[in-house]
Design a protein around this ligand. Structure first.
Ligand SMILES: [Fe+2]
Length: 102
């Protein structure tokens, strides 16, 4: 009995982990989308602007796909703060500002 109970709680743990990861990635993609819009505006070359816009469109599709995964998983789309992506975006903003001044 104890073994069965143990395996049930393990299975639930994995689902929770997946759900948590999904919320983390959902947060990250939405943050990236907002940053890409800013970066596209900040870019000085047409080629770079086009590259950011392409990535922006891809990111929009990723967000829609994640919303579908939430739906399949039977959960509403929900974001959970991801400090890792916040750090990357913060660094990107620093670079933008640094090169704007130059
Ligand atoms: Fe994260």
């Amino acid at each position: 009995m104890a073994t069965k109970k143990e395996s049930q709680s393990k299975a639930k743990g994995l689902e929770d982990l997946f759900h948590d990861g999904l919320k983390d990635v959902y947060y990250a993609e939405r943050k990236i989308l907002a940053a890409l819009k800013k970066m596209a505006k900040g870019a000085e070359s047409d080629e770079l602007t086009a590259a950011f816009e392409k990535h922006r469109d891809e990111t929009e599709a990723q967000i829609e796909r994640l919303q579908q995964v939430f739906e399949i998983f039977g959960k509403r789309p929900q974001a959970k703060t991801c400090p890792a992506i916040d750090g990357i975006i913060e660094e990107g903003q620093e670079i933008l500002e640094e090169f704007k001044e130059a």
